[in-house]
Structures are given as structure tokens and as C-alpha cells.
Design a protein around this ligand. Structure first.
Ligand code: AMP
Length: 143
């Protein structure tokens, strides 16, 4: 397995989980959050770096090493922040693999025709619900 350098934006439940998993798998991980308390959610085996700062600031991204990152995953609770940081990572710093968390499926138009991949927690929850309870008529289920 190639050891990749990953930057995770936001140490909430999703970001801290992803950062911990990538770190345990042997990748070089830097996690950025504007609130230092958020790093408490990282698991005990996390061996990457923690960086306190606002990820919309390109100086923060550079200090975290975005210039030679292979992966960036934007998981803050703000879709606009995630979209902005993902575009910067992809188009300015040419990060190879860029993923973002999107709450509002309609905002996916803002990443159309880019190589940015979206993770939709709401859609994943709906899909899981429909799998378990045999639903699927909900208009969101096909999005
Ligand atoms: P959650 O509320 O569990 O989804 O966590 C989202 C995390 O993203 C929180 O820990 C926030 O502090 C963090 N966050 C939100 N906006 C930013 C930002 N601009 N830069 C860095 N971290 C952020």
C-alpha cells in the first residue's frame, strides 16, 4: 500500500473518524479544525498531526502541507466552506483526490464537471433506511 498524505478538514464526527482510520492504515494525516477541542474526537491510535486554524485561509492550508497532499477531504458542517476548500485544493494545489461532505444535494451542481467527489450523509442515511425498511418512494432516494 502506498503511504499517502491526507489532509482532513473538520474534526467533527465524520472527519475525526476518517482521519483516525487513515492514520491507523499507515497514511500520513493532518487534520485541521478551527476549534482545538474538536480533536478530542480522534481515536487514541491517531498518530497524525493536528492543526488549529480556519481552513478557508490558504496560509493554514499551506502550513498543513497542501502543496504535496495526495488527498483532501472537507468534512466541516458548512457546505459552502467544504465546496470552497475543495475547489482550492483541486484547482490551485492540484490535489489528486478531493472529497467533500455535502448536506444539501442541490449544491452538487457547484462541483459538476470537476474531479471533486461528494459524500452525502443525508442520502446515505436515506439509502440505509430504505434498505432496512423497504422504502424508496421518497423523492430524495434517487438523488
Ligand atoms: P460536526 O459539527 O460534527 O459536523 O463537525 C464539524 C467540524 O468542522 C467542527 O469541529 C468545526 O469546528 C469544524 N469547522 C467548521 N468550519 C471550519 C473551518 N472553516 N475550518 C476548520 N474547521 C471548521
Amino acid at each position: 500500500m502506498k503511504r499517502e498524505k491526507a489532509i482532513i478538514i473538520g474534526s467533527g464526527r465524520l472527519g475525526s473518524y476518517i482521519a483516525s482510520e487513515l492514520s491507523v492504515k499507515g497514511h500520513e494525516v493532518v487534520i485541521i479544525d478551527k476549534d482545538g477541542d474538536a480533536f478530542r474526537k480522534l481515536n487514541d491510535q491517531y498518530s497524525g498531526y493536528r492543526y488549529i486554524g480556519d481552513a478557508v485561509d490558504s496560509e493554514v492550508l499551506e502550513q498543513a502541507g497542501i502543496e504535496d497532499a495526495d488527498i483532501l477531504i472537507a468534512t466541516t458542517n458548512n457546505d459552502n466552506t467544504n465546496i470552497f476548500v475543495s475547489h482550492i485544493a483541486s484547482m490551485i494545489y492540484f490535489v489528486d483526490k478531493v472529497y467533500l461532505r455535502l448536506g444539501d444535494i442541490e449544491k452538487s451542481t457547484l462541483i459538476e464537471n470537476t474531479s471533486i467527489h461528494a459524500i452525502y450523509p443525508f442520502k446515505l442515511s436515506m439509502d440505509e433506511f430504505n434498505r432496512n425498511f423497504g422504502g424508496g418512494n421518497n423523492e430524495n432516494s434517487n438523488q
